[in-house]
Write a protein that binds this ligand. Structure first.
Ligand code: AMP
Length: 254
């Protein structure tokens, strides 16, 4: 496995499978790496905590980082190249061009500038690595929709692949931010996956989910149309930790 930090040293042949991550790898990331490993001759994982997609400085400053462990996980999962640039490598002084990700409700409305940051960094990664396929998790369902729209609208020849959400045994979707939850907060956070799961069969899933959130005030509960599928998505805050999740309502995640 090669670890590349400089764009100038990134001589990956076009046609690889790309897994973009911000590190602090867990089994959700591993599922993406395994899907990529099965479908591609060369697997590239990017490891970059993208400041441009954080709408809260505190969230960025406290974002968990453990590169040594991430590299071990990548190596174990058969990644060929890890691209782990410094911030200045992707955003050198004078950087001024941004991708406007267009209309995005839910996460886009709750986190101003988030999808602009995501779209910009992912387009940069697509241009640098020229993957045939790129892998994203269902947990960030809107991110997948934004990526597919970006690829279509800007004629980027990449297939966006989606991998189902990986959960802990108690049902909480794995997330790098879960590490910040105290035991008591984690207990309260379980209301989110439970409310979404129980509401998915209800006639009005949004109202049903809101009603069973055990007093947790959601930032939003919305039905998102992903093209092939509709999902029921919500964001909550438990203490200072923000969590998102979604479940399939109809169609197919693919
Ligand atoms: P992040 O490092 O949080 O930017 O996530 C990198 C990728 O992993 C994104 O495509 C996420 O959607 C995906 N991901 C994060 N958590 C999970 C999960 N629990 N199950 C599946 N994919 C996930």
């Amino acid at each position: 496995m090669r670890v590349v930090r400089a764009i100038a040293e990134l001589d990956v042949a076009p046609g690889s499978g790309l897994v973009p991550t911000m590190g602090a790898l867990h089994d959700g990331h591993v599922a993406l790496l395994r899907a990529a490993r099965v479908e591609n001759e060369t697997v590239v994982m990017s490891l970059f905590v993208n400041p441009a997609q954080f709408d809260e400085q505190q969230d960025l400053a406290g974002y968990p980082r453990d590169e040594a462990r991430d590299l071990e996980v990548a190596e174990r999962e058969g990644v060929d190249v890890v691209f782990a640039p410094a911030t200045e490598e992707l955003y050198p002084s004078g950087f001024a061009t941004w991708v406007d990700a267009g209309e995005t409700g839910a996460e886009g409305a709750a986190r101003p500038g988030h999808f602009r940051g995501v779209a910009t960094v992912c387009l940069k990664l697509f241009n640098l690595i020229r993957p045939e396929r790129a892998y994203f998790g269902q947990k960030d369902a809107q991110q997948v929709a934004v990526m597919r729209r970006l690829a279509r609208d800007l004629n980027v020849p990449v297939e966006i692949r989606i991998v189902p959400t990986v959960r802990a045994a108690d049902g909480l979707a794995l997330s790098s931010r879960n590490a910040r939850l105290s035991a008591e907060e984690r207990d309260r956070a379980l209301a989110l996956p439970r409310a979404l799961a129980s509401a998915s069969g209800a006639p009005d899933p949004v109202a049903a989910a809101r009603a069973s959130l055990n007093g947790l005030e959601p930032e939003y509960v919305e039905v998102l149309d992903l093209g092939d599928a509709k999902v029921l998505a919500a964001a909550i805050r438990v203490g200072s930790t923000r969590l998102i999740d979604n479940v399939l309502l109809e169609g197919e995640i693919r």
